[in-house]
Design a protein around this ligand. Structure first.
Ligand code: 3PG
Length: 397
């Protein structure tokens, strides 16, 4: 981005790929963290006089316009935060997008409609993606540029993330650079003890990162829905808790490989239904009865996990410890997250859900060294995978 600003951008149209994929309740944004994280790059461009065309996605529409996935609420919020109106183009690369881009003045911002309304965005066909990329690039006219700033989506080989960087002069935005610098600290030579806290619903989603991290960490704490497959692998009954039966053998192997490094819950808050007003009680992991489902880790576990993170020097946390969206099952996530926030460690929160939990539970954001905007992207980085949207920026052209 500094290179681009150094070239001068006044009057030039710059396409910025941002990750504005925020959680919505109807038209209401429940966590605007990603919109706020996109501001510095957009601001530095508008302040330098660029005409900014923002491309972003929301959710996973089926490659066709769908009002339920419109970026309209995001355009409104972006405008509020920037302090100047942001026009939402009614389409991605059609007449409305062209007109909106052409009518931009210096320092103006237009947001294109959800780029996934165009099926070519996520197409497996490189030709189709390249065609959309050329149409996106054309919105910037003859002397356009592309700034890749949607860190949360750089693990996707998609037209507005990857292919467009092969068409326009392409630059890394400040958010992408900042996120990569933090993650490099975790994969480089982290200060020890290095503890990782993983939660979320599925072991299968986290398997690759568990395999990659186990040799590198001193402690791996597992809570959230995924802990029940591990508990089943230890021979415990898990009632009607989340269980990935086809992963039980894998969990047995991981438990054997990890030895003392892997900490599982000792007690669980179980409920008789998946509802905030369900009957609930706390039981030891040996006592989860049929008909009951685990929706949070219990207080003994919160204390043990808290102790295990408190003296760590490096911490990475991804995934809630329970169904934190329902107040009766938020204690585990709140307790562990608070212990992380209170620790002196270099602490990184990775992922959409965990970052949202920090804000929704009102935890002090400044207690964490870094709250990543990337869920899948930060996990894939830690797995050691190449991120296509980053790799493409250093391709020879
Ligand atoms: C995310 O929410 O992790 C990013 O916005 C990417 O979204 P996706 O998983 O639908 O590609």
């Amino acid at each position: 981005l500094d290179d681009l600003l150094g070239e001068g951008v006044r009057g030039r149209r710059v396409l910025v790929r941002a990750d504005l994929n925020v959680p919505l309740d109807g038209e209401k944004i429940t966590d605007d963290g990603r919109v706020r994280a996109a501001l510095p790059t957009i601001r530095s461009l508008t302040e330098a006089g660029a005409r900014v065309v923002v491309a972003a996605h929301l959710g996973r529409p089926k490659g066709t316009p769908d009002p339920a996935f419109s970026l309209r609420p995001v355009a409104v919020r972006l405008g509020e935060l920037l302090g100047s109106e942001v026009t939402l183009a009614g389409d991605v690369v059609g007449d409305q997008a062209k007109a909106a881009a052409e009518s931009l003045g210096d320092g103006g911002v237009v947001l294109l409609e959800n780029v996934r309304f165009d099926a070519r965005e996520t197409s497996k066909s490189e030709d189709e993606r390249a065609e959309l990329a050329r149409e996106l690039a054309a919105l910037t006219g003859d002397d356009g540029a592309f700034v890749s700033d949607g860190f949360g989506v750089v693990h996707r080989k998609q037209a507005s993330v990857y292919d467009v960087a092969r068409v326009l002069p392409a630059y890394a935005g400040g958010l992408v650079l900042a996120e990569l610098e933090v993650l490099r600290t975790l994969t480089g030579d982290p200060q020890r003890p290095y503890a990782v806290v993983l939660g979320g619903s599925k072991v299968s989603d986290k398997l690759a990162v568990i395999e990659a991290l186990l040799p590198k960490v001193d402690r791996l704490l597992v809570g959230g829905g995924m802990c029940f497959t591990f508990l089943a692998a230890q021979g415990h009954g898990v009632g009607s808790s989340l269980l990935e039966s086809d992963m039980v053998d894998t969990c047995k192997r991981l438990l054997a490989e990890a030895g003392d490094k892997l900490l599982l819950p000792a007690d669980i808050v179980v409920a008789d239904a998946f509802a905030a007003d369900a009957a609930k009680r706390t039981v030891p992991v040996t006592g989860i009865e049929d008909g009951w489902m685990g929706l949070d880790i219990g207080p003994t576990t919160v204390a043990a996990f808290g102790a295990a993170v408190r003296d760590a020097r490096t911490l990475f946390w991804n995934g809630p410890m329970g169904v934190f969206e329902m107040a009766p099952f938020a204690h585990g996530t709140r307790g562990v997250a608070s212990a992380i926030a209170e620790s002196e460690a270099f602490s990184v929160v990775g992922g959409g859900d965990s970052a949202a939990a920090v804000r929704l539970l009102g935890l002090p954001e400044d207690g964490f060294s870094h709250i990543s905007t990337g869920g899948g992207a930060s996990l894939e980085y830690l797995e050691g995978k190449e991120l296509p949207g980053v790799a493409v920026l250093s391709e020879e052209r």
